[in-house]
Write a protein that binds this ligand. Structure first.
Ligand code: NDP
Length: 433
């Protein structure tokens, strides 16, 4: 705490992992002796930089850019960029720390990193977004590379932003290096399914959690928070498995649709018009917006928090449990507070932690890197099949690890221990670096 003052989310993420590790370090005392845990908690490199840009009205703005290169024991740093006014060092470090374990769980050769800016893209024109991305990359380009650090998208960074970022990299370096960033458009080096991967992957993981208890998704009611990249494609996959998605949200409130969420309409509002969930409600006969409402007050069997960190509190968890919730899968990173996670465990609710449940996005980014390296492109169905296998394997790994360490069904512990083992043993093999 003394070393990282004020970095609340980072402390929370580290504490959550460390609480699980007692039995592993008891099994591998050399990891303690070699100070692997202390080394894991210290990023290999932290970059903070100025991002100046000019708005359409001529005003000059100065934002702060971040890239935390957290751990490269298993491969080049890999993790997204977040553009949101709440971004600070503590947020980027928590995300980078989580990413290290998540990436290890995928079994792919990728280390962990994360970055972003306190820039607020809301209400900005296309040309403002472009100028901001160009300025951001004008510093970032010297730190990234196919073998060094490979960014991607996160909150506020989608296909449009990745395009502007890649364009500026290409322009500065005069090199068409597709492998320096993932989440690219399929026409210019991107991979099919990357867009859908985090949301789809979360639902594949949820399907496995339910199957382990002899249940399925078919006919279940589901609530999804957020209405961005992860939420939209989680809704799509839930519906394809026969679940009835009743509500979603954004920072203005939540929308309930008694007919079930109409995904085409929601995509039109969110992806094409960049509108708010209220615009969706206005177009649907049996939908209404609850302005500033908390989506977790609704009764639902399945809860998928897909918006942001600490969005689902202990009190929300108690409400969900009272109203019959049976499973929670974290599409977002650390959306449930520690109180909420504890409440779900005590109530026997199946719980998929983000570092396992939402790993499908980064896993598919690694598949994009594979396709870039071999100058190949795979079909949608082949790539989705790979994603499904990866998520099924992650679930199995977490469940078996939990069982092996005396905590059957505790996927939080299973994910933390399994991810830690992979990274820690690799770090130890590489010596004191
Ligand atoms: P998007 O920017 O596409 O969507 C984010 C959604 O969450 C929006 O609906 C947004 O509403 C809402 N939201 C964001 N911040 C807040 C807030 N403070 N309060 C209320 N609502 C909020 O981001 P993604 O879908 O990409 O990311 C969502 C989560 O998933 C994040 O935690 C991210 O780290 C995680 N994740 C994303 C991956 C990916 O591949 N994209 C991979 C793995 C995890 P509004 O527009 O009103 O702000």
């Amino acid at each position: 705490l003394r070393r990282n003052p004020g970095e609340l989310e980072f402390h929370q993420a580290v504490r959550e992992v460390l609480e699980s590790l007692g039995p592993v370090v008891a099994k591998h005392p050399e990891l303690l002796e070699h100070k692997i845990v202390q080394r894991l908690c210290e990023p290999e490199r932290q970059l903070v930089f100025r991002v100046p840009w000019q708005a359409d009205d001529g005003e000059i703005h100065i934002n702060r850019g971040f890239r935390i290169e957290f751990n490269s024991a298993l491969g080049p740093y890999k993790g997204g960029l977040r553009f949101h006014p709440s971004v600070n060092t503590g947020i980027v470090k928590f995300l980078g720390f989580e990413q290290v374990f998540k990436n290890a769980l995928t079994g792919m050769p990728i280390g962990g990193g994360k970055g972003g800016s306190d820039f607020d893209p809301k209400g900005r024109s296309d040309s403002e977004i472009m100028r901001f991305c160009q300025s951001f990359m004008t510093e970032l380009y010297r730190h990234i590379g196919e073998y060094t650090d490979v960014p991607a998208g996160d909150i506020g960074v989608g296909g449009r932003e990745i395009g502007y970022l890649f364009g500026q990299y290409k322009r500065i370096t005069n090199r068409y290096e597709s492998g320096i960033i993932t989440g690219k458009g399929v026409e210019w080096g991107g991979a099919l399914v990357r867009n859908e991967a985090t949301g789809y992957g979360t639902v594949f993981f949820l399907r496995e959690m339910l199957a382990a208890r002899g249940h399925s998704l078919d006919g279940r009611t589901a609530t999804v928070s957020g209405s961005g990249n992860v939420a939209l494609f989680a809704i799509e996959k839930l519906q394809s498995f026969g679940a009835h998605v009743i509500a979603c949200s954004d920072s203005s409130g939540y929308v309930v649709d008694d007919d079930g969420i109409d995904l085409d309409e929601l995509k039109q509002v969110k992806l094409v018009e960049r509108g708010r969930v209220g615009d969706y409600a206005d177009r649907r006969p049996k939908a209404h917006l609850v302005e500033r409402g908390n989506v977790w007050e609704l009764p639902t069997e399945l809860a998928l928090p897909c918006a942001t960190q600490n969005e689902l509190s202990g009190r929300d968890a108690a409400t969900l449990i009272d109203q019959g919730c049976v499973a929670v899968a974290e599409g977002a990173n650390m959306p449930c507070t520690p109180d909420a996670v504890r409440a779900f465990a005590e109530a026997g609710v199946a719980f998929g932690p983000g570092k396992a449940a939402n790993a499908g996005g980064v896993a598919t980014s690694a598949l994009e890197m594979q396709q870039n390296a071999s100058r190949d492109s795979w079909s949608f169905s082949h790539t989705e099949q790979r994603l499904d296998e990866i998520m099924t394997n992650i679930h199995r790994l977490c469940a078996e690890t939990a069982e092996g360490f005396g905590a059957p069904g505790d996927l939080v512990r299973g994910a933390n221990i399994a991810g830690f083992q992979r990274v820690a043993l690799a770090m130890d093999a590489l010596g004191v670096i």
